[in-house]
Design a protein around this ligand. Structure first.
Ligand SMILES: *Cc1c(COP(=O)(O)O)cnc(C)c1O
Length: 400
């Protein structure tokens, strides 16, 4: 059983802060500070260009990918890191579409994160093959798969809805999509490090995700991509960068895709961010995702019960059944923005998602019952005494 009071000590959390926003940006692993400093001083500073070989910078994207792979049920050798999640969405979708020529529909849902939908739209436009992006309500996706049938090229979904925490039934949707001959791209932005994922067991085709949310690798940390072994020799990378080439240092003028997942690399990897990711994964290497899930459900249930008992104006936006919920809890409240600002002013950090959602992430590595109790008390005080209704809490910042 994971010792969560020990893992909490591995993070730098400011005194007096209850951080319920690790679903947006994970906190700093204490060891990352020295790891990054050492990378700067001993590797960049001392080795300079030889660091690519001597410090292993060039092979790290695969090694780090495999450590993430363990958390998401990927086969070893089929995950690589790099770029940002938006780029990885584009890559996965482009490859999947190419494997299903002639089919015209990209099916997603209207709860998906906008960048995923924007990337799909942009890709469809540049392909110029009349692809349509269809976005029903999340609960209607299964019916749509059947209705679209053989015109469905790719089902592209985020497993856990960033706003409500609603979780799709991954194995069932993969089966349904495969039944009509389509491929599936999963965005694991709110799954990796949040709950157990079994890509291999669910027969997934493609998956992508980021490392700065639940995985705690810091702002701007690279994304990851998974391609199932059965597709890895067939996919053609749309972003055919030199580091995805079979022999980057042959400097051939013609592109020849690298072996397996290596072809999903694009350009130079972010070495300093990889140092932070390495330190963050040192913590994850010790963790059983089943323990995370059990604990996350306990914390979420405690928060929901406490808030609902004391704050009738907050309406649960997340599924009530923990099985169909990710590792976050969201409430609707028409004054959600100022209420969240009031909470942040008191050291309880969640965030706000338009139009009216107050969102709280529960991350067992560093959040315990004491934090949940404090959050409930603070929410209760702010709601019962209308402390949110002050002019300074109503001014919107650029990042909400
Ligand atoms: C956070 C998030 C993103 C962010 O993409 P970046 O390119 O890393 O900025 C994309 N998709 C989903 C579903 C997310 O939750």
């Amino acid at each position: 059983m994971t010792n969560f009071s020990a893992t909490k000590k591995l993070f730098s959390l400011p005194d007096g802060m209850t951080y319920l926003d690790g679903n947006s940006l994970g906190p700093l692993p204490i060891a990352a500070q020295d790891r990054i400093a050492a990378c700067v001083r001993d590797e960049w500073g001392e080795m300079l260009i030889t660091g690519w070989n001597k410090a292993g910078w060039m092979v790290q994207p695969r090694a780090l990918g495999d450590r993430i792979g363990r958390l998401i049920g990927a086969e070893p050798g089929h995950v690589v890191i790099g770029d940002t999640l938006s780029i990885k969405v584009y890559q996965a979708l482009a490859s999947a579409l190419e494997l299903r020529p002639g089919r015209k529909v990209i099916l997603s849902d209207n709860g998906n994160f906008p960048t995923d939908l924007y990337m799909a739209d942009g890709l469809a436009r540049s392909l110029g093959q009349d692809h349509r992006v269809v976005t029903p309500a999340p609960e209607d996706v299964a019916d749509q798969i059947a209705a679209i049938g053989e015109d469905l090229a790719v089902l592209m979904l985020t497993e856990v809805d960033y706003r409500t925490g609603r979780r799709h039934d991954m194995p069932a949707l993969i089966r349904a999509a495969h039944d009509v001959g389509a491929l599936v791209v999963w965005d694991l932005a709110h799954s990796a490090g949040a709950l157990p994922v079994d890509l291999s067991g669910a027969n997934a085709d493609f998956a992508v995700g980021c490392t700065y949310k639940y995985l705690n690798a810091g702002p701007g940390a690279p994304a990851f991509i998974y391609v199932a072994p059965r597709h890895s020799a067939a996919v053609r990378p749309a972003l055919s960068g030199w580091l995805g080439h079979d022999a980057p240092f042959a400097f051939d003028l013609d592109y020849r895709p690298g072996d397996g997942i290596d072809r999903m690399r694009v350009g130079t990897p972010p070495v300093l961010q990889m140092a932070a990711l390495d330190a963050a994964l040192d913590i994850w290497d010790q963790i059983d995702m089943k323990d995370i899930r059990t604990r996350s459900i306990e914390l979420c249930e405690r928060f929901i019960a406490g808030v609902e008992a004391a704050c009738p104006d907050l309406r649960l936006a997340s599924p009530r059944n923990p099985e169909t919920r990710g590792s976050q809890v969201s409430f609707h409240f028409e004054n959600g923005y100022p209420a969240m600002q009031a909470l942040i002013a008191r050291g309880v950090i969640g965030d706000f998602r338009a139009p009216d959602i107050m969102r709280f992430g529960f991350t067992p590595l560093y959040i315990d019952e004491g934090d949940v109790n404090r959050a409930i008390e603070t929410v209760t005080d702010i709601m019962t005494n209308r402390l949110w209704d002050r002019p300074e809490y109503h001014t919107r910042a650029a990042v909400t």
